[in-house]
Each structure stands twice: as structure tokens, then as C-alpha cells.
Design a protein around this ligand. Structure first.
Ligand SMILES: Nc1ncnc2c1ncn2[C@@H]1O[C@H](COP(=O)(O)OP(=O)(O)OP(=O)(O)O)[C@@H](O)[C@H]1O
Length: 695
């Protein structure tokens, strides 16, 4: 410690001209016993102390005597940078202190001793605190082996109070301490293993030397039992950490962990795979910033932090993946979030599979209904005998090889659908689906969603999962749009767009879906006339009618009637497990009849005859009157076989007429036109008699 660090020094100085009386006043006022006498430059001239006042009194001098006359010389002079310890060894009563040449203060011996004492007391206090706050055991002895220092750690580990052992001989209390040996030899003994009270310690023992003499010894002991425990704990924490790392890495789901502020701390390889980015691009960055860069549509970690609860969302990653992500906030004991653990499951494939499943389900439903109506067809299901039809079939086989859109025209029941199927079976798309939609059989308000499908919740009554439409069901295959003339104008525009872009958008959806389909269309209406009447869009007409295919009515290929009769007799005999035959007279009548309902009419008639006739031979008598009389509109052909209430008779006739209309025609419009009533009447009466149309 240096003189300048003493803060109790006084800086009173006297001038040689001052009188003793004045000095007494100064000493009393400042409670001092002496002061240096300085000249005008502040340089030391001498000392004036209470002894000089005693001398004045003793010699009877005047109190106005000047300081200069009585002052004594200053033998010793101290400096501000002198060490206190050095000054203590000096012989002085009063010591003026100078800085360079100028006197700054004065110190007395008693003053110095007190400062020194206080200083050492503070140091000793500090040392005691240090000694007691270390976890190492510290024990010191004097040269007799009596214990001087016994710190708190020693108390704790050796199970004895400092008070109880201080002053006692170490050999009695801890015979194995080895301290007496150090006092004796004066040797330093480092890293010695000792056992005290069943614990192992590493001991460093040193002699305490003063003036080249050993005056005691100190031992510092470190408990290695405790260290070993800590090291074992550290080892198990390390193992746990490795285990945790292995668990995180082995998860197939992405794992992403942030701190309570959204700062990325950890993520696994699966997460790198999903995002297509490396861990370094995330670590140490905020989830919110990563989201703003567009890496992910929405951050589940940010949401979990905001809402302070577990959150699950669907995310879209820039790398093209769709995920189901769950963010779990982890709270500390004060209720603050200190981690957010996010589990990210790649559902891209699942979504794709779901779509495929949806398509497969739709296809299976569609095929089931088709199977029901087509089950009786054998392999030789198509009759082609006339030259006209042979040419047509040749054209169809050629057209099957190209992928263009085809419009098949012809009267109802001529076999347009069969032609479309033949075309499909012979095309490159034969392994893809063949989907048929009768545009005239589906209510206008449902047609759009049937065609395009819809997203979940697109409209009231829509299913929760959404549904694939006919375009999607036919993806990779062929879509046959029957009765295309019945397509409402607004859907005609949409169909045209599909034909041009090969893309569809589900009802209630936004994302366009690419589709790969071939479209075949058919109609029994004169589309050109409809275009002229603005009932059909001209642009769509030309787009569909790339290659026109016209199927002739049965009356223009009567040479095929006999083959058709044989064909259908075979099919329905097989279907109903009977063996009925038909007379040549009936076939003759058939040849003369005009068949306005074409092949469907012939087919239905033969089925009806096989089902309702009781005998095994179908004769003219079994035929309906319109064929016998070749006059379909002749009301006289309605036979009355017995008397009954008029209302019942009317209803019976109504029912039969409607059943026939449903069997022969495919659209309500055609039925209404033939029966000369409104479409609404057809629908109402059909409902009354429970008549439905097989599509
Ligand atoms: N050449 C044929 N050989 C065997 N059966 C045929 C032939 N042509 C048509 N048919 C049968 O006649 C019925 C009506 O044929 P299809 O449904 O193909 O006619 P369409 O012209 O599509 O009728 P619509 O215009 O009313 O839809 C079907 O049961 C079909 O199997």
C-alpha cells in the first residue's frame, strides 16, 4: 500500500510568518498536533508541533512569536509513492509528505500504525472469506503442529467445527494429514492422495516459511469422491444428449426446434430433406425470417409461440412438399415458453395417393354401374353386316390410332355409344379408363360439379373431402360425352376451355389440374341447326367435329335386322336361361317396320317378348300393335281386354306408355317431344309410377 492511498492525511501547512497564537487556533480548529512549515513555493522549511508550543510556554515567550523562530528542521521527508511498510521501519515522529518538491500533507507515526493496522485487517478479512468460500479443504498448522486455519469446506467434509479443532494438534485429530512431516522437512508435497473420514482427497501440502524458517504448514485438499460423482453425472448427461440426438435423427418426420423467441436451435436430416435446405441455412435464424423468405407458406413454430398452445397446420414448402406440421410449445417453471418442438410430416405422397384413391373409387363406382348394364354382353357383342357399317367400322379402327376428338352423330339407339366403345377398345388408351357421361340425364345444376369435381365445402351439400369429377376420373383414358347437344351454354364454354388448355379447375377450387384425356362426343340432334339457332356454340361445334362419324339409322341398313334378331335372341335366352325361338313371320314384320327407336327399340322388344311370352315360340300374336300395324301413333292399337274403373285404365295406359318411352329414349326432352307433353309432366308422371331410367 502506498502513502497516496491513505485518505485520512491532513493537508494543513503553516507559513513562517504566522504567530504561535494563530497556530494554536489552527491546531484546535483542525484537531491536529503539528504541521509542516512551507515557503511561498510550497517547499518544506521545517516542522511546527505541539512540542514547540510547550517550549514557548516553558521559556515564557510571547504568543506573538513567529513560527520561523521556533520551528524545527524536518529530518525526514516522505513521498506519496512510498510504501507504508517501508515507512514503518523508519524512525520519525512527524513526516511531511511531498509530491515532487511541494508539501502535500503530513503523517504521524500513530497515524501510520492505525492505517497499517486497518489495511491488514481488511486483507485478513478478505483472505478469510476466500479461504472459506472455496470448495477445497484448507488446513494450516504452526510449527508445533497446532491447527491455525480450518476452513468451512474442511468443516463440511471432515465433520468437525473449526472452533473445536483450532489450537489442537493435527496429529491427534487427523493422524494421516502429513502436515507434521512437512513442518519437519520443509518440503512441498504436491498431488498426494490421502484418505480422511472415508473420503479420498488429492492433497497439496506446503511449508509456511518466514525469514527462511519453517513456521508452519498448509494443506489444500480436493475431494475426488465429489469430482468423480460430477464426472459420472457429466458422462450420463453426455450419453443422454447422444441418445436424444440419435432419436431426433432416426425420426422419419422432420423435427425442428426453436427457443422461446423462435430462434432455430436444432433440426434433423428429415427436415433438411423436406425443405431441400441444409441445417446451416436455418441454424441461428428466426423462424419468422425464414418464413418471410418464402421457404415455407406458414411457420408452425411462430403460430405456436403466438397462441401459446399446440398448433397443427398444413404447410407448403418452396421445395414442392406439402406437410402436416405440429408445433408444441414447452414451458419452463415460470410459465414462459423456452422451446418450440415442431414435428413436420411429409404428406405430399399421401395427398397424391389420396387423389389416386379418389379416382380409383370413382372409377370403381362407375364401372360397377356400367357392369350392371353391360353384364350380358358376350365377346361378340357387336353386329356389323351391312357395307355401310363395315365402312364405318374401318373408319373407326383408323381413327382409334389417332388422339383427335370425335363427334359421333346419328339417331337415338343407332349404336353411337357402342361405336365410341369400339373406338376406345382399339385405341392406345385401352388401358386407361373409359368414362361415359350422359349430358341429358343429369340435372343441369349438378352437371358442372359432376364434370369438373369439387373441392371440400364448395357448396352446401358438397362432401367434406371434395370429389373428383368425370374429367379427373377419365385421366389417362377416354371421356365419352353422350347427348352433347344437351350441354348448357355456360358449360359449353368451359368444355371448350378444357379442350384447348387440357386443364380443369374443380368447382370451389383455384389450382388448375392438368388432365390427359381423349374426348368422344355423341348426339342425336342436328348440332349444325342448333349452332344456327345459337343453341350450341359454333367454336365448340368445330372443335368437336374434327372428324365427323355418322351412324346410319336401322331403316337404312335393314339387311342387318335378321342378324340383330339372332344376336339379341341369343343374348336374352342366355340372360333369362330360356330357349325361345321366333317365327319367320315375325322377322318379316320386323323387316317391314321402320324402327324409329332403331336398334335399342329392337333390342328392348326382343327382351320384352322373351320375358313376357309364356310359350317357347314368339309369334305375331305376341307383338305389340304398333309393329303389327306399323303405326306407332295409332291410338286404336290400345287393346281393352276387360272392364275396369276408367281411372285405373287411364293410369295403366299412362304407366305403360311412360315405361316404353323410358325404354326407348335417352333424354326427357325426346320423351316429352314424342309423347307431346312437357318435360315436367314426363318427370312428374314417371315419379308417380316409380319409373326410372338405367343410365
Ligand atoms: N351394331 C350393334 N351390334 C349390337 N348391338 C348394338 C349395335 N348397335 C347398337 N346396339 C345396341 O343397341 C342399344 C343402343 O345402342 P347405343 O346406346 O349405342 O345407341 P346410341 O346411338 O348411343 O343411343 P342414344 O343416342 O340414345 O344414346 C345398345 O344396347 C347397344 O348395345
Amino acid at each position: 500500500m502506498k502513502v497516496r492511498e491513505i485518505n485520512t492525511l491532513h493537508s494543513i501547512a503553516l507559513s513562517p510568518e504566522q504567530t504561535v497564537q494563530e497556530v494554536v487556533g489552527i491546531f484546535l480548529k483542525h484537531q491536529v498536533d503539528g504541521a509542516p512549515v512551507i515557503d511561498a513555493e510550497g517547499k518544506i522549511m521545517g516542522l511546527f508541533t505541539k512540542d514547540q508550543i510547550y517550549r514557548l510556554v516553558n521559556e515564557g515567550l510571547n504568543v506573538n512569536t513567529s513560527v520561523a523562530e521556533l520551528m524545527i528542521p524536518a529530518d525526514k521527508i516522505g513521498h506519496l509513492d512510498d510504501e507504508l511498510e517501508d515507512l514503518l521501519n523508519e524512525d520519525f515522529e512527524w513526516l511531511p509528505i511531498v509530491d515532487e518538491d511541494r508539501v502535500t500533507s503530513m503523517i504521524t507515526r500513530s497515524n501510520l500504525s492505525k492505517v497499517f493496522f486497518d489495511f491488514y485487517r481488511a486483507i485478513s478479512c478478505e483472505l478469510e472469506t476466500i479461504i472459506n468460500s472455496t470448495i477445497n479443504l484448507i488446513v494450516s498448522v504452526d510449527k508445533e503442529g497446532k491447527i491455525n486455519v480450518f476452513n468451512k469446506a474442511a468443516e463440511k467434509f471432515l465433520g468437525k467445527e473449526a472452533q473445536e479443532v483450532k489450537g489442537k494438534n493435527i496429529a491427534e485429530i487427523f493422524p494421516n494429514s502429513g502436515l507434521a512431516e512437512v513442518v519437519r522437512t520443509g518440503n512441498v508435497e504436491l498431488l498426494q492422495k490421502v484418505k480422511l473420514n472415508d473420503n479420498d482427497y488429492i492433497s497439496n501440502r506446503s511449508p509456511i516459511i518466514k525469514d527462511n524458517k519453517v513456521i508452519g504448514a498448509v494443506a489444500v485438499l480436493q475431494c475426488i469422491s465429489e469430482m468423480e460423482k460430477v464426472s459420472r453425472e457429466l458422462e450420463s448427461v453426455k450419453e443422454l444428449n447422444e441418445e436424444l440426438q440419435a432419436i431426433i435423427e432416426s425420426s422419419f418426420d422432420g423435427l425442428y426446434i426453436t427457443d422461446g423467441k423462435g430462434l432455430t436451435l436444432r433440426l434433423n436430416k428429415a427436415y433438411e430433406r423436406i425443405t431441400g435446405l441444409k441445417a446451416q441455412e436455418f441454424l441461428g435464424r428466426y423462424a419468422e425470417d425464414i418464413m418471410k423468405e418464402g421457404v415455407v407458406s406458414e411457420s408452425v413454430a411462430v403460430l405456436a409461440l403466438k397462441r401459446r398452445e399446440t398448433v397443427s397446420i398444413i404447410q407448403e414448402y418452396r421445395a414442392g412438399k406439402t406437410t402436416l406440421a405440429t408445433g408444441n410449445p414447452v414451458f419452463d417453471k415460470n410459465g414462459n415458453i423456452f422451446r418450440v418442438v415442431c414435428n413436420v410430416r411429409d404428406i405430399t405422397e399421401l395427398n397424391q395417393l389420396n387423389k389416386e384413391l379418389e379416382q380409383a373409387r370413382g372409377l370403381s363406382q362407375h364401372y360397377q354401374s356400367q357392369l350392371r348394364t353391360m353384364s350380358y354382353f358376350g365377346s361378340d357383342r357387336i353386329v356389323i353386316k351391312s357395307e355401310k357399317m363395315k365402312d364405318l367400322l374401318g373408319l373407326i379402327i383408323r381413327l382409334a390410332g389417332v388422339d383427335s376428338t370425335i363427334l359421333i352423330t346419328g339417331e337415338s339407339g343407332t349404336g353411337k355409344e357402342l361405336i365410341a366403345e369400339t373406338l376406345y377398345i382399339n385405341s392406345n388408351r385401352r388401358d386407361g379408363p373409359f368414362i361415359k357421361l350422359n349430358c341429358g340425364a343429369i340435372p343441369e345444376n349438378l352437371l358442372e360439379s359432376e364434370l369438373f369435381g369439387y373441392e371440400s365445402g364448395a357448396f352446401t351439400g358438397a362432401s367434406k373431402e371434395g370429389k373428383a369429377g368425370y374429367f379427373e376420373l377419365a385421366n389417362g383414358g377416354t371421356l365419352f360425352l353422350d347427348e352433347i347437344g344437351e350441354l348448357p351454354l355456360n358449360l359449353q364454354v368451359k368444355l371448350l376451355r378444357v379442350l384447348q388448355s387440357r386443364e380443369i379447375v374443380r368447382v370451389g377450387g383455384k389450382k388448375p389440374l392438368k388432365i390427359n384425356i381423349r374426348i368422344l362426343a355423341a348426339t342425336n340432334r342436328n348440332l349444325k341447326d342448333m349452332v344456327d339457332k345459337k343453341e350450341f356454340r359454333e367454336d365448340l361445334y368445330y372443335r368437336l367435329n374434327v372428324v365427323p362419324v355418322n351412324v346410319p339409322p336401322l331403316r337404312e341398313r335393314k339387311e342387318e335386322i335378321t342378324s340383330f334378331v339372332t344376336h339379341f335372341m341369343l343374348i336374352f335366352n342366355r340372360k333369362y336361361k330360356v330357349n325361345k325361338r321366333i317365327t319367320p313371320e315375325v322377322v318379316d314384320l320386323f323387316l317391314r317396320y321402320d324402327w324409329p327407336g332403331n336398334i335399342r327399340e329392337l333390342e328392348n322388344l326382343i327382351e320384352r317378348l322373351i320375358v313376357i311370352t309364356t310359350g317357347n315360340l314368339l309369334t305375331i300374336n305376341d307383338l305389340p300393335a304398333n309393329i303389327k300395324g306399323n303405326n306407332p301413333d295409332n291410338l286404336a292399337s290400345v287393346q281393352v281386354s276387360c272392364l275396369m274403373p276408367l281411372k285405373d285404365a287411364v293410369e295403366s295406359v299412362e304407366k305403360q306408355v311412360l315405361e316404353r318411352a323410358y325404354a326407348e329414349f335417352r333424354t326427357i326432352r325426346q320423351m316429352a317431344e314424342t309423347l307431346k307433353v312437357s318435360a315436367a309432366t314426363v318427370v312428374r308422371k314417371a315419379a308417380k309410377y316409380g319409373i326410372t331410367q338405367e343410365l
